[in-house]
Design a protein around this ligand. Structure first.
Ligand code: ZN
Length: 243
């Protein structure tokens, strides 16, 4: 079984389409949250994920749109887009977002948006936070998003207190056979590691491998749409830098 793992699409349709075209064939799509916010195409992106994803989670921006998180907890530009997004969504898509859970189990993996112990909120950005979250997770392997940076945290031998940070090597399958893992595919719609290409991953359950992938997409197309809709310039510009 070949699983396409996506996170943080953030209503960026050209990026999502580039990923779907690049991914080849897959048996299941797992989405780790943040369908909306930042980007100009919430309706089509929600439609697409609703049709394709076997598992889909809610992220903090999805909850922001739904009003489950106060908008004042977001910065001014993110808030602007969340308010704009609210006015775009038909009732059916609103209802779909409301049904998305903040965490799920699939094929023995734990799936969360932020972290196993705080699925909506927490950013796993350092080994200490990763370590604490391994302790909070019963599954051997967990998948998370939220930081918009592709990365893997690995405990080779659970009996030893040693944690490794594994930087992504694109297109090279990483074996998950040994030890424990927390894996982040990066962000489809708003990468923040200085590389503007859309990020995602392929999880192969037969070979038990994880492959980080990157694909260029027409950034200008997304930017042009944002400009026409009057989006905050900072959000338009950052896509070109992947920050
Ligand atoms: Zn996000």
């Amino acid at each position: 079984m070949r699983v396409l793992v996506l996170s943080d699409i953030h209503a960026n349709l050209p990026a999502l389409e580039a990923v779907l075209a690049d991914a080849g064939t897959w048996d299941a799509l797992w989405f780790l949250g943040d369908l909306v916010g930042y980007g100009p195409d919430p309706v089509t992106c929600i439609d697409r994920i609703q049709a394709l994803a076997a598992v889909a989670l809610a992220g903090n921006h999805d909850w922001g749109v739904l009003g489950r998180i106060p908008l004042r907890t977001f910065n001014a530009t993110a808030r602007w887009v969340l308010e704009w997004t609210r006015n775009q969504l038909p009732a059916s898509l609103w209802a779909y977002l409301e049904r998305l859970p903040p965490q799920a189990e699939a094929e023995g993996f734990t799936l969360v948006h932020g972290s196993p112990r705080a699925p909506i909120w927490e950013y796993i950005l350092d080994p200490y936070t990763a370590w604490e979250n391994f302790a909070a997770m019963s599954a051997r392997v967990g998948l998370f998003g939220h930081t918009h940076v592709a990365i893997a945290y690995h405990i080779p031998r659970p009996e030893e207190a040693r944690l490794l940070i594994v930087e992504p090597v694109y297109n090279e399958p990483l074996s998950l056979q040994e030890g424990r893992w927390l894996l982040n595919p990066g962000s489809v719609g708003q990468p923040r590691d200085g590389d503007p290409r859309a990020a995602y991953a392929i999880l192969d359950l037969e070979t038990m491998t994880w492959t980080f992938r990157r694909v260029p997409y027409p950034v200008r197309e997304t930017q042009e749409r944002m400009r026409r809709l009057g989006f905050p310039p900072f959000l338009i510009e950052r896509l070109a830098y992947g920050e």
